[in-house]
Design a protein around this ligand. Structure first.
Ligand code: CP
Length: 317
């Protein structure tokens, strides 16, 4: 596997989930693959889980790891071609990318949506330049429209906890004080449909996600109704996708916060969130601290999703 930006890059998802569980059972069995290989992780945005879990995954595989925080300690990067560079950005991405490629074997990139231009965000302008110009295998550590390493970890977690062959999985919007990208909900919806689950998405009107990612899911605007009989509740905030309001906050209605009353409507559902989470905005203290909360397991599985992806990339070098 040379690139990983979408569920489609894995080929058969069931096969990848099986492989991930094999990796989890024996995390250090593939150290020979990474010997004398270097991973470069490039962050345009902050991270706790992705940074640590991906680094740990690479170390499990015997790799060397370098991390570059583009906005801290590196030259500020211009990303637009044709710009007269007389401002505060002394280096262009078009030189920086091939230079970075000289020093490593695989590149991971985190570059969120900026909400400045929907077309730029949804064409994945930044990560696609790394794919085009680095000369190296590239994987997403959360790009503008997707967070595949998170979704892969989410699917592993559901597979490990599900009690039915086809669980009902509900993705619910919840309030947040800042405008957040659609990457996590896009990927979660797409991967959950691909995994064969019954997928319901609930949100206030105006928060419809791109149909490209939600095909096969049911949209239910009544959150209580959506929760009925659910086996997994996946909470997440996202800003509006529709053209007129792209990147805007349309609601901070805290009646959408996931609480014990709503969880009682479910079929004893597990609670999931990718983290970081704003308590008592997205979810109450009681729900996230309950025994049905699997947010820490989910975060732990980030190491496994990253290791499975890196293993496949190393095998193709
Ligand atoms: N879930 C996730 O990607 O966490 P970080 O932003 O901390 O990496």
């Amino acid at each position: 596997m040379r690139y990983f930006t979408s569920v489609k890059d894995l080929g058969n998802l069931q096969g990848a989930l099986k492989e991930a569980l094999e990796v989890k059972a024996n995390k250090f069995a593939y150290q020979h693959l990474g010997k004398n290989r270097t991973l470069l992780m490039i962050f345009f945005n902050s991270s706790l889980r992705t940074r640590l879990s991906t680094q740990k995954a690479a170390m499990n595989l015997g790799m060397n790891v370098m991390v570059l925080d583009v906005n801290q300690g590196a030259w500020k990067l211009e990303t637009e071609r044709g710009v007269i560079m007389d401002g505060d950005k002394p280096e262009h991405l078009l030189e920086a990318i091939p230079v970075m490629g000289c020093y490593c074997d695989i590149i991971g990139v985190r570059a969120f949506a900026t909400f400045e231009n929907k077309e730029d965000d949804y064409s994945e302008k930044i990560i696609n330049q790394f794919i085009k110009y680095s000369g190296r295998p590239v994987f997403s550590m959360e790009a503008a429209t997707g967070h595949p390493l998170q979704a892969f970890a989410d699917m592993i977690t559901i597979e490990e906890n599900k009690k039915k062959a086809r669980p009902k999985v509900v993705l619910t919007w919840a309030p947040h004080p800042r405008a957040l990208p659609q990457a996590v909900p896009n990927s979660f919806a797409q991967w959950a449909v691909e995994a064969g689950y019954e997928v319901v998405i609930t949100h206030p009107k105006g928060y419809e996600l791109s149909p490209e990612f939600t095909k096969g899911a049911v949209i239910e605007y009544d959150q209580d109704k959506a929760f009925e009989g659910a086996d997994f509740i996946y909470a997440k905030n996202w800003a509006a996708f529709e053209d007129a309001n792209y990147g805007k906050i349309l609601s901070t209605d805290r009646s959408w916060t996931v609480d014990e009353r709503k969880m009682a409507l479910t079929d004893d559902a597990f609670f999931m969130h990718c983290l970081p989470v704003r308590r008592n905005m997205i979810v109450t203290d009681e729900v996230i601290e309950s025994e049905k909360s699997i947010v820490i397991e989910e975060a732990a599985n980030r190491e496994i999703s990253a290791e499975t992806v890196l293993k496949r990339m190393l095998e193709s070098l």
